[in-house]
Design a protein around this ligand. Structure first.
Ligand code: NAD
Ligand code: IPM
Ligand code: MN
Length: 365
């Protein structure tokens, strides 16, 4: 039987709770389908600062690199504000060290979530977009300076950094509706003008069948609320993608609904919900684990190539939401753990009966 090694990085705050939810769901798929998952848990972020003084201990990084895939909950929290090391350094260091330059953040409004949107149903119905956020460049990683009276964060991009993430976006568009919106600030920023030139050249040379549209980031923020169905694949730089994806999470109605995959040129991917450690609700079993569970589905799909099993997890999440059960961020009464249990039950209910796995074209013999 195939064995997969997964490093779990629960991190801080609700990161711990949603990682447990994702672990339970992944464990249920391993019971139902033909593989073994071995989990190794390692500290990152504030928990790692407390344990070792380092937000990304070398032992954690080595375990991630040696894994088939990595799952992360969230890092950060007020406890570590003002310290010499920040929890967020751990996550940024992990993305950089693992070469995870493309962050895929799908945003979908379904029949089950449409009622939870703060926007009108006719605006958000059938929204289905994929934000492709560049993840290892820009102001996040440029040189930083600080003296008594000023500070700077250098925003720098190379042509190669733009080309490789552009290809990810165009390839994704070819499996969707063949449309890419490049979001930038080319009316002001030189880096954005390099993005436009580079992405246009790649489109013309390699993806002529994919339509490419340019939208300035301020207008994009508006259009996400005004006409969100107009977006298919949204390609953008690191910080714009960070901000716009939190905004986009309000289309289905909660930041707790969105998952993500952070991928590189090969090697293990990192799968993480888009939300943070939510210190205001941490430790109360209140947070929504959906984004984490959908990140686990992306881990199965993109990290392990287990498409059927990823589909099964997504269908189980959809079934639970469609049954009207939800956590308090969506107005429901489920806890993080009871919602995760409901997803596991839905999986077992649907797939448990195929004990001989003939449904999957596999034999237990
Ligand atoms: P946050 O995403 O943690 O929380 C923003 C708001 O959304 C809060 O009101 C929170 O309760 C709510 N929320 C977040 N996740 C939720 C969930 N799963 N279910 C229900 N509600 C949820 O952002 P913040 O408060 O600005 O940041 C808190 C800390 O998290 C900071 O230290 C920040 O750096 C860190 N952070 C980490 C990540 C990550 O690890 N990927 C992402 C974002 C923020
Ligand atoms: C995210 C987070 C991180 C980011 C922080 C915690 C460094 O907001 O994953 O979206 O800005 O990338
Ligand atoms: Mn963010």
């Amino acid at each position: 039987m195939k064995t997969y090694n997964i490093t779990l990085l629960p991190g801080d705050g609700v990161g711990r709770e949603v990682t447990e939810a994702a672990r339970r769901v992944l464990s249920a798929t391993d019971e139902l389908f033909e593989y073994d998952i071995r989990f190794t848990e390692k500290p990152i972020g504030g928990a790692a600062i407390d344990a070792t003084g380092d937000p990304l201990p070398s032992d954690t990084l080595e375990s991630c690199i040696a894994s088939d895939a990595v799952f992360l909950g969230a890092v950060g929290g007020p406890k570590w504000d003002g310290g010499t090391r920040r929890p967020e350094e751990g996550l940024l260091g992990l993305r950089k060290n693992m070469g995870l330059f493309a962050n895929l953040r799908p945003v979908k409004v379904t029949a089950a979530t449409i009622a939870h949107s703060p926007l009108k149903a006719e605006i958000v119905r059938d929204v289905d977009m994929l934000i492709v956020r560049e993840l290892t460049g820009g102001a996040y990683f440029g040189a930083k300076t600080r003296d008594a009276t000023s500070a700077s964060d250098l925003c720098i991009y190379t042509v190669e950094e733009i080309e490789r993430v552009a290809r990810v976006a165009f390839r994704a568009a070819m499996r969707r509706r063949n449309h890419v919106t490049l979001v930038d600030k080319a009316n002001v920023l030189e880096t954005s003008r390099l993005w436009r030139d580079t992405v246009t050249r790649i489109q013309k040379a390699e993806f002529p069948r994919v339509a490419l549209e340019y939208v300035l980031v301020d207008t994009a923020a508006m259009r996400l609320i005004q006409k969100p169905r107009a977006f298919d694949v949204v390609l953008t730089e690191n910080m714009f993608g960070d901000i716009l994806s939190d905004e986009a999470s309000m289309l289905p109605g909660s930041i707790g609904l969105l998952g993500s995959a952070s991928l590189g040129a090969g090697g293990p991917g990192l799968f993480e919900p888009i939300h943070g450690s939510a210190p205001d609700i941490a430790g109360k079993d209140l947070c929504n684990p959906t984004g984490a569970i959908l990140s686990a589905a992306m881990l199965l799909r993109y990290g392990l190539g287990r498409t059927d099993e990823a589909d099964a997890v997504e269908a189980a999440v959809a079934a639970v939401l469609a049954s009207g059960r939800s956590t308090t961020d969506l107005g429901g009464t489920e806890s993080c753990s009871s919602f995760a249990r409901a997803v596991v039950d839905a999986l077992r209910h649907t797939y448990g009966m195929s004990a001989n796995r003939t449904h999957w074209g596999m034999s237990t013999a």
